[in-house]
Design a protein around this ligand. Sequence first.
Ligand code: AMP
Length: 279
Amino acid sequence: MEIITKISDLRTKIKEWKKEGKTIGFVPTMGFLHEGHASLLKRCREENDIAITSNFVNPTQFGPNEDLEAYPRDFEKDCQLCKNIGIDVVFHPEPSEMYNNPYTYVNIDTLSSTLCGKSRPIHFKGVCTVVTKLFNIVTPDRAYFGEKDAQQLAIIKKMVKDLNFDIEIVGCPIIRENDGLAKSSRNTYLNSEERKAALCLSKAIMKGKEIISHATTPEIVLNEMTKIIENEPLAKIDYISMVGLDDMQPVKEINKDILVAMAVYIGKTRLIDNFIYKV
Ligand code: AMP
């Protein structure tokens, strides 16, 4: 496995592989890898000749009062995991290699106006910009994203379509801890009391999944889920919403494919979880 830090070095390697007719799979990450990331990396390894991942905490997707500095990092451990899975390249650029006084950004309108895009106004502009740059550098045949970040996945799919990237976007299911908590690099911020409290997210998700097929309106589902979160004293709801899977806009009826998504603060830690309901 090679660790590459320079864009030009990665491009040289990729040109050689393309000349040999090899297919390239790509998994973008911000590092501090866990089994959620591992599931994407393994699938990428299985489905492509060459498996590349990026390990880059992208500064442009963090707001001014967010956790960019505190974001957990353990590059050596990440590399060991990637090596065990059989990844060919870990791309690990410095921020200065990726951003040299840029004026160009990629933005997506409607799909980023709700849910996390509403709470974190510059987030998806940063995500779309870095993913576009990484796609242009790696030029993968397939790229793998988690349904854990369902709005991000919908946005990337739409961006790829709108900007004519010749890349297949593969969505991968949410990987959870044994007790139900969705795996996340940010779970590491939780103390033991908060860790227990965080279970209210997956409990609300389970409740929502259980009742959605017989619910007559979105409110019935959202109210039941809200009750579970509000029962937990350490939890504070950022949002709980039901949106169309295609446009991320709130729905009035449960009559099309739907994303039920939430962001909840447990203490100071903001956690997200969701489920998809197909009619
Ligand atoms: P991040 O490092 O948080 O930017 O995540 C990199 C990729 O891993 C994204 O596509 C995430 O959606 C995905 N991911 C993160 N956590 C999970 C999880 N628990 N299950 C599945 N995919 C995940």
